[in-house]
Ligand binder design. Structure first.
Ligand SMILES: [Zn+2]
Length: 387
């Protein structure tokens, strides 16, 4: 402890705050893993750094948050028999993953006691082991027939904070789901729902009526995972939900743009959050969140600095996380990135708004450097350096 990180020569600070997405300053200071100060280096106490970084003019943003992943154990997914997908995702600028259910566990239990046991175990094994430093919020049980209020209380007391996608368990009707989500909420657990057609054999359709009746905190993949609902149902959800409207990479891009445009008309851009839904049938998507930012910014005509808020501050606020925002006391989780080499545009924001990915140069989690030049993004024009 007592660790001090000083990052100088920052070209631009993205705040994660949709009401003020760009902060003035060229320097960021973190102490004991928390943001302590930022602004002009000349005005800050930069002495006594344990770790110094010369940002070399690149942009600093809060580490990206993936609101929708399906981890199973460690850095391995049985879904596509793939190792190190989480490390690859870190190289895509993501520093926090939120489980929407450990659904790909082979032989996953569907009875109440097995569901509880696995949720508690999954919460523990990702708390005890952060692959490559990644924060993984997991332990997201599915709603199963036979779960009682006492079971939610027991899981919450054991540290389970999430409910996985409603509809993927044995509870398929809105009335039962609504009752269980009420119990979960009573004990401080957050919930999400599978929206749209079935993802893979064994999952089912969740339409707008079921989404509205169930009343989860997040409308999981409102653009389908992969099959989207008809347009009128997506619009109906946008109009009637105060919940987070989650757009995912593993979904329908046209429905993603419909959601974005509808939310903008309704003045609800603060409800838009992003996920990948990976690992999924479509694979793992190490650059999925950056690709969503670039896609929504370019095709959805959203300023890039606002699109980055969908992947940072919006998600953090909706999910009640202590990351995703440049704010004193928040976790010092950052991504440093620059315009990709030979990407058109005068700067990083313009190149993203033209649909290009940025190049990631470094990630920081809890004030510690977790990766340097990304092996996955296009190479950045400039790179931050450890000094
Ligand atoms: Zn789903």
């Amino acid at each position: 402890m007592g660790d001090k990180l000083v990052i100088r020569n920052i070209g631009m600070i993205l705040s994660g705050k949709i009401e003020e997405p760009i902060f003035d300053g060229d320097c960021m200071i973190a102490e004991d893993g928390r943001i302590s100060a930022w602004g002009r280096a000349a005005d800050l106490d930069c002495d006594g750094a344990d770790v110094s970084v010369d940002a070399n003019g690149v942009t600093l943003a809060p580490g990206l948050i993936d609101s929708h992943v399906h981890p199973v154990v460690g850095d391995y997914t049985p879904r596509q028999q793939q190792l190190h997908w989480i490390d690859s995702t870190l190289h895509g600028g993501v520093t926090t993953l939120i489980s929407a259910g450990e659904v790909h566990m082979p032989g996953r239990p569907n009875d109440p006691v097995g569901t509880k046991a696995m949720a508690i175990a999954a919460q523990r094994w990702y708390e005890n082991l952060r692959p490559s430093g990644m924060k993984v919020h997991a332990g997201a049980p599915l709603l199963q027939k036979g779960l009682e209020e006492e079971d939610f209380k027991e899981m919450a007391e054991a540290g389970v904070r999430l409910i996985g996608e409603v509809g993927l368990g044995t509870v398929k009707d809105g009335k039962t789901a609504n009752q269980m989500i009420g119990w979960a909420r009573k004990y401080g657990m957050q919930s999400t729902i599978h929206t749209g057609g079935p993802s893979i054999p064994g999952s089912g359709l969740i339409d707008a009526d079921m989404v509205l009746e169930t009343g989860t905190d997040v409308v999981g993949h409102i653009n389908g995972g992969h099959s989207a609902l008809p347009d009128d149902q997506i619009i109906c959800i946008c109009e009637n939900c105060k919940a987070a409207l989650e757009i995912v990479h593993n979904g329908n891009e046209r429905a993603a743009l419909l959601t974005l445009n509808t939310a903008r008309e309704l003045d609800k851009l603060d409800q838009i959050i992003l996920g990948t839904d990976g690992p999924a049938g479509s694979g793992v998507q190490p650059l999925g969140i950056l690709r969503m930012v670039a896609m929504l910014s370019s095709l959805g005509d959203v300023a890039a600095e606002l699109a980055f808020c969908f992947a940072t501050g919006n998600t953090a606020r909706r999910r009640k996380l202590d990351t995703g925002l440049i704010e004193a006391g928040k976790a010092a989780d950052f991504v440093l990135m620059d315009q990709a080499q030979h990407a058109p545009g005068r700067n990083l924001l313009e190149s993203v708004q033209l649909g290009n990915l940025p190049g990631v140069g470094m990630t920081v989690i809890d004030g510690k450097i977790t990766s340097q030049r990304s092996r996955n993004t296009p190479p950045a024009q400039r790179l931050p350096e450890l000094v």
